[in-house]
Design a protein around this ligand. Structure first.
Ligand SMILES: NC(=O)c1ccc[n+]([C@@H]2O[C@H](COP(=O)([O-])OP(=O)(O)OC[C@H]3O[C@@H](n4cnc5c(N)ncnc54)[C@H](O)[C@@H]3O)[C@@H](O)[C@H]2O)c1
Length: 375
């Protein structure tokens, strides 16, 4: 199979979807890797490093999409990339479609088979292709939040860990999955007082053991959140319902319970945001203020640390890339049923129920379109 790697074009995105190690594996499996000129530069990977492993360097996105059968990405395709998709293409990248009806309809119209990293599942129902980026984003969330709490940046002017004789800041993490665990771990390391909220009691049990008494775990009822907001300095939103638009865990009205210049970090912004007042921002202009509360809502947080993120992401995606290239979509799904929920759009249909619900588009079970899916 001819596997294409276009340069990422989302604002402040420096990751790349395949490393030279991935090129080597594809070539060893008898496939061809087509890499856009300069695609790896943001992650400090030169074209010559790809070429040394057998990749062919193409001058622009048009030639990569034109020649490739499967297109690999990091962030969701931008409109000019959607325009290059064909019905025979397999697109394998992050999509985050539930909060994005416009992109969903673009992909539907393309009739390409679009597989989202973030809804591929492992045998335990976890999200193996979201997890590495959630680890990165969780760690950045606390770093960014601590920074935004500094007075010159519009924050309250409080140091997360306090000092002897002055109390530490309170950090509230809502959603104790991969992002939440990593955000809380960094906050613990910075010596803040940390409270992790979730609605899954088994998950709270696991966190309780993992934190070893260094953070509190709390059931995320509306009342418990409201009781915490008046004392929170930093709130990190990290909830997820697989594939679906994020639920609001803090409303605009509840902002009134918070201290002036407290900071909200909405990591769930890529699924539409879990605070009612959130809207996506970029690394170049990461924050805005609503009712005196700083909001940090960067939708591609791991893009800021590409040298870490590119390798963390591609370590996880490569086995799936190889399976799809070796076997085709239908057979790869037959051998690994966790790939099935990854297929969000195929043959001009939305084939993921939560995406269909989030975008208001009719849901079609994948089996009904599989015969038309590239194999
Ligand atoms: N902004 C970025 O750059 C970036 C990067 C990576 C991940 N993310 C996003 O971060 C979010 C979290 O990802 P994750 O990998 O940690 O997911 P996860 O599935 O590991 O964890 C989500 C947690 O949220 C909990 N939850 C669901 N609904 C809840 C509610 N109403 N109240 C409290 N808890 C609730 C679940 O029980 C689960 O423990 C996702 O939306 C993901 O796409 C964003």
């Amino acid at each position: 199979m001819r596997v294409g790697v276009p340069t990422e074009i989302k604002t402040d995105e420096y990751r790349v979807s395949l490393t030279p190690a991935g090129v080597r594996e594809l070539v060893d499996h008898g496939h061809e890797a087509l890499v856009q000129k300069g695609a790896g530069l943001g992650s400090a990977i030169e074209d010559s490093e790809y070429e040394a492993q057998g990749a062919r360097i193409l001058p622009d996105a048009e030639s990569v999409f034109g020649e490739a059968e499967m297109v690999l990405g990091v962030k969701e395709p931008q409109p000019q990339e959607v325009a290059l998709l064909r019905p025979d293409h397999v697109l394998f990248t992050y999509l985050h479609l539930a909060p994005d009806p416009a992109l969903t309809s673009g992909l539907v119209e393309s009739k390409a088979t679009c597989i989202a990293y973030e809804t591929v599942e492992d045998t335990k129902g976890r999200l193996p292709l979201l997890a590495p980026m959630s680890e990165v984003a969780g760690k950045i969330a606390t770093q960014a939040g601590a920074f935004m709490l500094e007075k010159p940046l519009g924050g309250r002017g409080v140091l997360l860990g306090g000092v002897p004789g002055v109390a530490a800041a309170n950090v509230l993490v809502i959603g104790g999955g991969v992002v939440g665990f990593n955000a809380a771990s960094i906050a613990i390391g910075m010596e803040a007082d940390v409270f992790t909220f979730d609605r899954n009691i088994d998950r709270l049990r696991e966190l309780d053991v993992a934190f070893g008494g260094r953070a509190s775990t709390v059931y995320a009822s509306t009342l418990a959140i409201e009781q915490m907001l008046p004392i929170a300095d930093l709130v990190i939103g990290a909830v997820l319902v697989h594939g679906a638009k994020a639920p609001y865990v803090i409303t605009r009205e509840q902002l009134g319970l918070m201290k002036p210049n407290a900071v909200l970090v909405d990591v769930s912004i890529d699924q539409g945001g879990c605070f009612e007042t959130s809207k996506p921002t970029t690394h170049s202009d990461p924050t805005f203020e609503v009712d005196g509360i700083t909001h940090y809502c960067v939708a591609n947080m791991p893009g800021a640390v590409p040298i870490t993120s590119t390798y963390a992401l591609t370590n996880a995606t490569l086995p799936y890339v190889l399976a799809l290239a070796d076997l085709g979509v239908a057979e790869a799904i037959a051998r690994d049923p966790g790939l099935r929920p990854g297929v969000n759009v195929a043959g001009g249909r939305v084939t993921h129920a939560a995406v269909a619900e989030g975008t208001g588009v009719e849901f079609t079970p994948l089996e009904e379109v599989l015969t038309g899916v590239r194999s």
